[in-house]
Design a protein around this ligand. Structure first.
Ligand code: FAD
Length: 276
C-alpha cells in the first residue's frame, strides 16, 4: 500500500493498493474525501508519511518482553479436590518479582468415560514479562518452566492436563505510540490514523479496544459538530485522539516501567535511540 498525495497542498487524496496474495497484480487507486487508516498494529503508516511528505512522526516503543503460550486442554483430577473444583483460575503478572502468570478458562463440557476427567475443555494460558518466555517446543519443557516459575498448585493442574491442541506462542506485543498530536499542521489534511494504528498497548490492561472505540466515537462527534472545514478535521482529530491515547497510555504503561529488562526506542524508526 502507498498513499496518493498532493505534496504541495499537504493533502492525502487516496491510497494505492495491491492484493496481498497477488503481489504481481497491478495496483488499484482508491480516492476518498477523507481517509481513515484503521488497519491495526502492523501498518507502515510512519514509512508512508516519510516517503510521501518527508514527515517524521515522533514515536516511542516500550519493549518489556511480554510473551504467551496457550493451548486447549482437558483437565484431569489432581488429587486435590479444592483445586479440581475451580474452573476459572488465574494468577496475574506483576513485575519485577512476579514475571510469570497463568489463566485457565473453561470452554465447554465434554462427554467422557474417564472418571478422572473433570469433563471440561479449557483454554490454558501462560504468560511472562521480562523475556522469560514460556517455551512452546514441547509440553514437557513447558511443564519444567511452570515448575520453575509458578507455584506448586499451578504445576499440579498443568501436569494433570491433557493437551488437545497445538501449543501456540505469541511474542510480538509492545507499547508502540505515534505522537501525531505533536505534529500540528505538519500532519497532512484529510487523513487520520485510528486505534492500534496510532498506538498499541500492553494487552494485560485491556485498553486497546476501548482506545479504538473512543477514538472512533470522537471522530464521529467531530463530523457531527458540523462546524469544521474538512481540511481542519485531521488536525482537530489528532489533538483529541492524542488526549484519549494519553489516558490509555498512562494506564497501560505505568506498570511496564517496573520490568527489569526494558528497551525503549524513541524517535524516527530510521534514526533510533536505544536504551536498555
Ligand atoms: C494477544 C493480544 C491480546 C489482546 N487482548 C486485549 C484485551 O483483552 N482487551 C482489549 O481491549 N484489547 C486487547 N488487545 C488489543 C486489541 O486487540 C486491539 O487494541 C484492538 O483490536 C484494536 O482495534 P483496531 O480496530 O485498531 O485494530 P484491529 O482490531 O487490528 O483491526 C484492524 C483490521 O484491519 C485489517 N487490515 C489490516 N491491513 C489491511 C489492509 N491492507 N486492507 C484491509 N484490511 C486490513 C486487519 O485484518 C484487521 O481486521 C489484545 C491484543 C493482543 C495482540
Amino acid at each position: 500500500m502507498q498513499l496518493i498525495v498532493d505534496q504541495s497542498l499537504n493533502i492525502v487524496k487516496g491510497i494505492k493498493y495491491r492484493q496481498k496474495h497477488h503481489v504481481d497484480s497491478s495496483s488499484i487507486d482508491l480516492y476518498g474525501d477523507f481517509i481513515i487508516n484503521c488497519t491495526g498494529r502492523n501498518i507502515s503508516s510512519v514509512k508512508w508519511l516519510k516517503e510521501s511528505f518527508n514527515l517524521i512522526v515522533p514515536t516511542i516503543q516500550i519493549h518489556f518482553g511480554l510473551g504467551y503460550a496457550t493451548f486447549i486442554g482437558e483437565r484431569f483430577k489432581t488429587g486435590d479436590p479444592s483445586l479440581d473444583s475451580k474452573h476459572i483460575i488465574g494468577y496475574a503478572l506483576n513485575a519485577f518479582d512476579k514475571n510469570a502468570g497463568f489463566g485457565i478458562t473453561p470452554i465447554r463440557e465434554i462427554k467422557t468415560m474417564d472418571e478422572n476427567s473433570l469433563g471440561t475443555l479449557s483454554t490454558l494460558l501462560l504468560q511472562c514479562v521480562n523475556y522469560e518466555y514460556p517455551p512452546n517446543d514441547s509440553y514437557e519443557n513447558l511443564l519444567e518452566w511452570i515448575k520453575e516459575k509458578l507455584d506448586p498448585e499451578c504445576y499440579s493442574i498443568f501436569k494433570s492436563t491433557k493437551i488437545c491442541s497445538p501449543l501456540v506462542s505469541y511474542r510480538r506485543t509492545i507499547d508502540d505510540r505515534k505522537r501525531v498530536g505533536q505534529l500540528g499542521k505538519k500532519w497532512p489534511q484529510n487523513y487520520v490514523l485510528l486505534g492500534d494504528t496510532i498506538c498499541t498497548f500492553n494487552p494485560t490492561y485491556g485498553q486497546g479496544v476501548t482506545h479504538a472505540c473512543r477514538q472512533a466515537r470522537e471522530l464521529r462527534k467531530i463530523f457531527q459538530e458540523n462546524c469544521h472545514k474538512l481540511k481542519d478535521i485531521s488536525h482537530i482529530f489528532n489533538r483529541r485522539a492524542s488526549a484519549i491515547t494519553e489516558e490509555c497510555w498512562l494506564l497501560s504503561t505505568t506498570n511496564d516501567w517496573k520490568t527489569p529488562i526494558l528497551k525503549i526506542i524513541k524517535g524516527d524508526p530510521k534514526v533510533l535511540t536505544r536504551f536498555v
